[in-house]
Design a protein around this ligand. Structure first.
Ligand code: SAH
Length: 260
């Protein structure tokens, strides 16, 4: 019969006088665009942001990510971070004192910058806002869980609420990664070719034109002749017309703004 390992389930305790948040803090890269994330699930980061060109840029120090475990700012022996909603109702609300301590601590370490709370109630992220965010020193992003956060934190720190769409996620971590992906790719040098962010959907108020690559015939369908003509003016005109037609058809809201 197999014996269970005698150490199985044994607790190992290390004396540690420093709060976890301070221990985990990576060194600040001075002058490098910086994102600080407050979350109950720090293991969710860098997540998809650790992959491809954005992940490579993170490793190369072209941008920096500091993840802060909200639990380490929690109250009492149980590191409590939430409580029941005032006035009753379902679920739990993240406590203002705990969030306030985390935010003040991070602001002290990095200096002022926009603070964003991922929230279905927020304004949806637009490409123009992503460009503004990337031109500041960085952001602090607060990832909500449960039923969200106490309103007083939003008012006190003048936090911007930002949504990624009209649906409800179970937490702000995925939303924060969406915002960061859209933002960090605009930092010069992060994508292989900086021109690719100039000529894409939304950057000029229009959706992108259809794209093609080899083989020149696939499933009986040919690449539009003009794209094979080598005439750059003709190609540019064709792309502009296609962009306009697509935007008009698929996104009349964008088309209206573009025309005005
Ligand atoms: N009770 C809230 C929903 C809470 S969902 C309401 O009705 O508005 C839990 C957390 O997920 C939120 O605090 C927020 O941080 C995140 N979240 C959910 N949907 C989101 C969305 N569409 N965009 C951005 N963050 C979202």
């Amino acid at each position: 019969m197999r014996r269970t390992n005698p150490s199985h389930g044994r607790k190992s305790i290390h004396a540690n006088l420093k709060p976890r948040a301070l221990l985990e803090e990576a060194p600040d890269l001075i002058g490098v665009w910086r994102a600080d994330i407050i979350t109950l699930f720090p293991d969710a980061f860098p997540g998809v942001l650790g992959t491809s060109l954005i992940g490579k840029a993170l490793k190369e120090g072209k941008w920096q990510l500091h993840t802060h475990d909200l639990r380490s700012y929690g109250d009492g022996k149980h590191k409590n971070v939430d409580d029941t909603p005032a006035g009753g109702g379902a679920g739990m609300i993240m406590r203002p004192d705990v969030l306030g301590n985390a935010l003040s601590d991070i602001l002290k370490r990095r200096g002022p910058c926009p603070i964003i709370y991922m929230s279905p109630r927020g304004k949806p992220l637009l490409q123009a806002r992503a460009k503004q965010i990337v031109s500041s020193s960085g952001v602090i992003i607060l990832c909500g869980r449960f039923e969200g956060i106490d309103q007083r934190v939003i008012d006190h720190f003048q936090i911007e609420e930002m949504s990624i769409g009209d649906y409800v996620l179970s937490g702000g971590e995925l939303a924060a990664q969406v915002i960061l992906d859209a933002t960090v790719r605009l930092i010069p040098g992060v994508l292989g070719n900086d021109d690719s962010t100039k000529d894409e959907s939304f950057s000029n108020g229009l959706l992108e034109y259809p794209q093609y690559t080899r083989p020149s015939v696939w499933e009986g369908q040919e690449i539009p002749k003009v794209l094979m003509s080598g005439d750059h003016t003709k190609v540019a005109n064709w792309r502009k017309t296609e962009s306009e037609m697509l935007t008009k058809k698929i996104r009349p809201d964008l088309w209206g703004k573009y025309k005005s």
